[in-house]
Design a protein around this ligand. Structure first.
Ligand code: ATP
Ligand code: MG
Length: 377
């Protein structure tokens, strides 16, 4: 079966690697050039969206910031899963918040801002502190403003106003109540076309400067898992979703609140490559290709450490972990690979992370020590 992935980054690459044993042939459509490329070598396989769609059996996506006309053309083909509505929802916080409300899941109170009046209304409705996020094109914490106190109000408005003036007409800003969370967790789940679902255990995520540093899959909190799974089902059903869907949550004293969703395989699910019976990439492909879903059980406590920008990775660490390089040139803030570490127990995982923390530069890998400390809590 031939699967076309919209987007030609590391997620398409890892789908190709996971799909090969199932005889699934993955090609990647580079939305920037309009070329269809091999997801590993980037060799050009074809030009133009129409011929890419024509030669695919199934179309899916590795990211959500895709132009609406490209999504519409894919939807028209009848081959696109999870489909244009789900991708548009993940790519536009305005639609996303409306879907979360419609699904009845707990999420931060918000207000949509286009004009100064909306900004003032957001402040009187939600109070301070506030976080503002661009509705479109946000990732890795980009396109965000934080308002801590009344003193920040005027300067923030000037910045938001300038941002909106320079953006296209579809752009706007969403104000959200600032949630004083204890930690951030995410759920990666998969839904088949027949409505079957399978979910991985919750992952705890540590961010540095808005970018995911470390994900830890070692928790067995049944109450939290149950809350997350109910919300997953509500959202996935509301979107009639097919494929892997990731949901980021705030854990506020044992109650989960949805932060955002990603209609695709997700960075916080990379641990499943070594830590689960069937990884998120294979499960996404199984779902969109109409194959039975795979076992999402965790095989062993696992941590995933992102390699971001220019990093030194001593070869000796390979005796304790798996390296996944994306074949990308390093640039500040760019994810170029990740490290998966598995261990027989939570304690052993903490020991391995402590050892890794001694081999890796703490400015290049800022959260490894913290991850080890969290495992010991
Ligand atoms: P991603 O890379 O996950 O796509 P993003 O840029 O889309 O990130 P968010 O996940 O919405 O943006 O926000 C980035 C981070 O900002 C969150 O991981 C969280 O730490 C913080 N944050 C977001 N919303 C809130 C909120 N309402 N209250 C407190 N902190 C928040
Ligand atoms: Mg996020």
């Amino acid at each position: 079966m031939k699967v076309l992935v919209l987007g030609a980054g590391q997620l398409a690459r890892m789908m190709a690697l996971a799909g090969a044993p199932l005889n699934l042939h993955i090609s990647a459509y580079d939305v920037n050039t309009g070329n269809t490329v091999h997801p590993l070598t980037h060799e050009i396989l074809g030009k133009g969206l129409a011929s890419a769609i024509e030669s695919a059996d199934i179309i899916t996506a590795e990211f959500e910031h895709i132009a609406p006309d490209v999504l519409a053309q894919c939807q028209e083909s009848g081959k696109f899963l999870p489909g244009a509505e789900a991708i548009l929802t993940g790519g536009d916080r305005r639609i996303e918040k409306a879907v979360l409300d419609k699904a009845g899941v707990n999420n931060a109170p918000y207000h949509v801002i286009n004009l100064r009046e909306d900004y003032d209304a957001a402040i009187s409705k939600l109070g301070l502190p506030l976080i503002l996020k661009s509705a479109l094109d946000g990732y890795d914490g980009k396109g965000q403003w934080r308002i801590k106190s009344a003193e920040d109000l005027e300067a923030t408005w000037y910045s938001v106003e300038a941002f909106l003036a320079g953006a296209d007409d579809r752009q706007c800003v969403i104000a959200e109540t600032f949630i004083p969370f204890d930690r951030e967790v995410s759920l990666i789940g998969v839904r088949g076309a027949n409505g079957d679902t399978a979910m991985y255990p919750l992952t705890e995520n540590i961010h540095t400067d808005g970018i995911l540093s470390v994900s830890i899959a070692a928790d067995d909190n049944h109450a939290l898992q149950q809350q997350a799974e109910l919300m997953f089902k509500a959202i996935a059903d509301a979107l009639d979703y097919v494929g892997v869907l990731a949901i980021e949550f705030f854990d506020v004293d044992g109650t989960l609140m949805v932060n955002e969703i990603a209609p695709r395989v997700h960075n916080s699910g990379h641990w499943t490559q070594q830590g689960a019976w069937v990884c998120q990439f294979e499960n996404h492909l199984r779902a969109v290709c109409g194959l039975p879903l795979g076992d999402t059980t965790r095989v062993a406590p696992t941590a995933m450490i992102n390699m971001v920008g220019h990093v030194n990775v001593p070869q000796e660490i390979m005796s304790d972990c798996h390296l996944h390089w994306y074949d990308k040139a390093p640039r500040p803030g760019r994810k170029i690979g990740h490290i998966n570490v598995t261990a027989a127990s939570r304690e052993k995982l903490a020991e391995k992370l402590t050892k890794l923390g001694q081999s890796l530069d703490s400015t290049e890998f800022p959260a490894v020590k913290e991850a080890a400390d969290r495992l010991r809590c």
